[in-house]
Each structure stands twice: as structure tokens, then as C-alpha cells.
Design a binder for this molecule. Structure first.
Ligand code: SF4
Length: 446
């Protein structure tokens, strides 16, 4: 099986990433560092957490995206670490690069206080100063609550440097247990650990609560920093509050678009649903659909997503993605996959080349039809089946994937995927992988 990443404390991690930057000269070095930080996580010095505490904090918007369980975070990083950091300037002369924070106290990447100015932060790798770090102020609606007392940080958190309102309206998934849950996913376990730690998670957010929260957000968002929202949550295989999956998520889209028509770009993450269901979302005003396929390879899909394989089936899933393109328009169907799980033992490919070849087949299949998949960088969360026993995918895989994804996009002359803000290094805000950072900014926006 593939060597899935070296120990996270290896002393030459910085040399390794610099070496890879020189092998991938056609990619921005910022993007390669970003992928390395996403796959390895970030440590925080105690003093840096004190500085971060007055900025926008990690909201745990759906999964944990951490590399340690909450109970093992000795500095209470879960309550004090920022949602995202911006890498900028410093010795590497980085153009502004937004990185989602995945906490890992063992990471070679550490955010520390600048020794020359204790109010400023810097990023180190193996104790060497790599870049300066900026944090985002908490948006105006953070600190407010609904009339019933529920905090807006839980109801309507924002990510992507404030661009995307993330509406996890169902915080669990009905794919449950070893035979059904996707093996990289910790949604149900994260729900349990967050509740146990006292975070005000709600299993289901009520429609009227979401509307009330968006009203407050919208009133306070004078500069219109938020540009899109995503309705998301776990899969509904049976019924939830008497509704099937389409009916359950549709009620939110309908209510939001009725109250705030076209105020935001409207996006929905759901399973690959039949066309008749999807037409109702389109009619409600939803513009972008994410039927996430997670992994392309047929064998890996059945092993890593056993619930999806049993309930819908891999071939039907892929067929429905293409069908969805006829409803929303191909460029507005953007299925996600989890970049890196192709390599994870015990099921994954033996070599980076084989993993990339398989992923590339999927990109080719969809992009040749005008549909642009995108990826999040796999975070081996310890409460997930695959993350419990594995380190991250090799950085060579992630760098190769960035090149492959960008080259396939260019080959089919496709626009930058809509709904992610501006593309290009220095401009991109999408924080859980670097696909937007590697697009040539001259590529037209979709
Ligand atoms: S469908 Fe899979 S990835 Fe999505 S929430 Fe359920 S278990 Fe997690």
C-alpha cells in the first residue's frame, strides 16, 4: 500500500515542501503550502491563541476538520483557534492565501506570535518563519442571537473569508455505522463530541430560525460580503420530520428564496437525486447543485461509500450527476470529491500515479460534458474510520491533483466554477483545497 504521508513531525517537512514546489514550478508555491497545511493540520502556540480569540473563531460548520478529538486538545484550541488564516508576505513573499484551520498540535506548521510584534502572528514550519498571518474580524452578525437565544455563529456561520453562509440544517446523517457511513466522514461522531463539549449544536435547524438568522445577517452585512449560501447536511435515507431528502431540504430553499429572492447565489448539497426532484429546486431558485461523489473509482466508491452504493449505486449516482446538468446547466452542477482518500489504506491505490490516473478519468468524464467537479483536501479525522488508522495522503498526490485538475479545466476550456468567489492566487477565498488558487485569473468566471 501507498505510504500515506510521513509522520507529521518529521524534521525536514519544510525541505520536502520546498523541494516539491521546485518540481511543480507551474503551480503557485502558495497552493502547495496550502495543500500541505490542509493535509497535515496546524498547531497553535498558546500566545497565538490569545491573539486569535478576538477574531473570527472556528465554528465547526459541519465536520470536525481536526486531527485530534476535542478531548485531546489540551489548549482548548476548539474554542480559541480561528476559522481560517490568511498567509501573506513574509520570507516566502506569499500572495494572500486563505487556509481553513484544521487543528493538529503535532503539525510541523505552527502559528506563533511574531517575536518583533506580539500583536501580530506568523506561520512557521519546522520552527522557520514561512509567512505572515492575518486573521479575519468576526462578521457583524457574530455575537447576535435569535430571540430564542440560539447564537448566530451556530445558525449562520460564514466561511471562505466571509463569502459563503454555511447552512448545515441537518447536523447528522442517516447513513449510520460501519456498513453505511462514508469511511472518511465524522459527521455523526463530531455531533456527539461537540454536544458533549457543550457547543450549542442543533440536530435540525428550523426553517423559521434560519430565516430569522438570515434577516439579522442581511441587515448587518452592509457591504454585502456574503455572496452565496449553501444548504447542506447529512443524507436522509428514510424520513426526517416526515419528509424525504428532497422535501426536507427544499423547504429551506423555498423559504429563503421567497424571503430574499436572489440576494445570494443559492447552492444545495444533497445526494444524487432523480431529475423530477431537482426540477423543484431549480423552480425554487436554487442555482448550483453539489451531488458529491467523493471518489471516482468504482471499487473504491463501493468500499468507501457503502451506504451510497447500497441505496443509490455508483453508476446511477454518476448518471444522475450528468442528468442534473440538463436542469441546472452543466457548469452549475459541481460535485465534490475528497482529494486524497484514493490513497488511503487498506483500500486505496498502491501508487500516486495510479491514484491520479483514476481521479483523472473522473475529471475527464465530467469535464468533457461541461460539468466541473471540485475537491476538498482529505483531512484524516480520528473519529472517522479511515482517519483513525491513517495519516494524510502524500503531498505529491495533492500537488499532482492540482495540476491535473487545472490542466483538465483548461483542456476543455471551462470557466472557473461559479459560487466560489474570485479565482487565482492572491484572490481565491475557497479555503479547504487550493483548486481556486491554481486557476489563471484570466479564466472567465462562470
Ligand atoms: S453521505 Fe457520507 S459524507 Fe455525507 S454526511 Fe453522510 S456519511 Fe458523511
Amino acid at each position: 500500500m501507498i505510504q500515506s504521508g510521513a509522520p507529521t513531525t518529521q524534521p525536514n517537512a519544510l525541505e520536502a515542501v520546498r523541494e516539491l514546489c521546485s518540481q511543480f514550478e507551474d503551480l503557485p508555491p502558495e497552493a502547495i503550502f496550502k495543500e500541505d497545511m490542509l493535509r497535515r493540520g496546524i498547531a497553535f502556540q498558546e500566545a497565538a491563541l490569545r491573539v486569535a480569540a478576538s477574531f473570527k473563531l472556528k465554528s465547526y460548520f459541519i465536520f470536525s476538520f481536526d486531527m485530534r478529538p476535542l478531548k485531546d486538545l489540551d489548549q482548548e484550541e476548539n474554542l480559541r483557534a480561528p476559522e481560517e488564516i490568511a498567509l501573506i508576505d513574509g520570507p516566502s513573499q506569499f500572495r494572500r492565501t486563505i487556509v481553513s484551520v484544521r487543528i493538529n498540535p503535532d503539525s510541523p506548521y505552527e502559528v506563533v506570535v511574531d517575536p518583533k510584534n506580539e500583536e501580530k502572528l506568523i506561520l512557521t514550519c519546522c520552527s522557520e518563519h514561512v509567512s505572515n498571518v492575518e486573521l479575519q474580524k468576526a462578521p457583524p452578525h457574530y455575537g447576535h442571537s435569535l430571540e430564542n437565544g440560539k447564537p448566530l455563529t451556530e445558525m449562520v456561520p460564514t466561511i471562505e473569508w466571509g463569502y459563503l453562509v454555511y447552512l448545515t440544517v441537518y447536523r447528522k446523517c442517516q447513513y449510520f455505522g460501519f456498513k453505511e457511513e462514508c469511511r472518511f466522514c465524522d459527521i455523526n461522531e463530531n455531533f456527539r463530541q461537540q454536544k458533549a463539549a457543550g457547543r450549542p449544536y442543533n440536530t435540525v435547524k428550523e426553517v423559521d430560525e434560519i430565516i430569522e438568522a438570515l434577516e439579522i445577517l442581511n441587515d448587518l452585512d452592509k457591504e454585502k460580503v456574503t455572496g452565496a449560501y449553501t444548504i447542506t447536511g447529512g443524507s436522509v435515507t428514510k424520513k426526517l420530520r416526515g419528509k424525504n431528502e428532497a422535501e426536507f431540504y427544499l423547504q429551506y430553499a423555498e423559504a429563503i428564496e421567497k424571503k430574499f429572492p436572489q440576494r445570494w447565489l443559492s447552492k444545495v448539497v444533497m445526494q444524487a437525486l432523480p431529475s423530477d426532484d431537482l426540477k423543484r429546486f431549480k423552480d425554487a431558485g436554487v442555482q448550483i447543485y453539489h451531488p458529491n461523489y467523493e471518489v471516482w473509482d468504482k471499487r473504491l466508491f463501493s468500499l468507501i461509500c457503502p451506504g451510497k452504493e447500497d441505496y443509490i449505486g455508483r453508476d446511477e449516482w454518476m448518471r444522475r450527476i450528468v442528468e442534473a446538468g440538463k436542469i441546472f446547466g452543466p457548469s452549475r452542477v459541481i460535485p465534490n470529491f475528497v482529494g486524497g482518500i484514493e490513497t488511503a489504506p487498506p483500500y486505496g491505490f498502491d501508487t500516486v500515479d495510479e491514484a491520479l490516473k483514476s481521479t483523472g478519468e473522473g475529471l475527464d468524464y465530467f469535464m468533457s460534458q461541461g460539468i466541473t467537479p471540485r475537491f476538498t483536501t482529505w483531512c484524516p479525522e480520528p473519529l472517522s474510520v479511515l482517519g483513525k488508522d491513517n495519516g494524510p495522503a502524500p503531498l505529491e498526490y495533492h500537488a499532482g491533483l492540482l495540476r491535473l485538475w487545472r490542466d483538465t479545466l483548461v483542456r476543455y476550456q471551462l470557466p472557473a466554477p461559479p459560487g466560489y468567489g474570485n479565482p487565482g492566487v492572491g484572490n481565491a477565498v475557497f479555503s479547504v483545497s487550493a483548486f481556486m488558487d491554481v486557476i489563471d485569473p484570466k479564466t472567465p468566471l462562470g
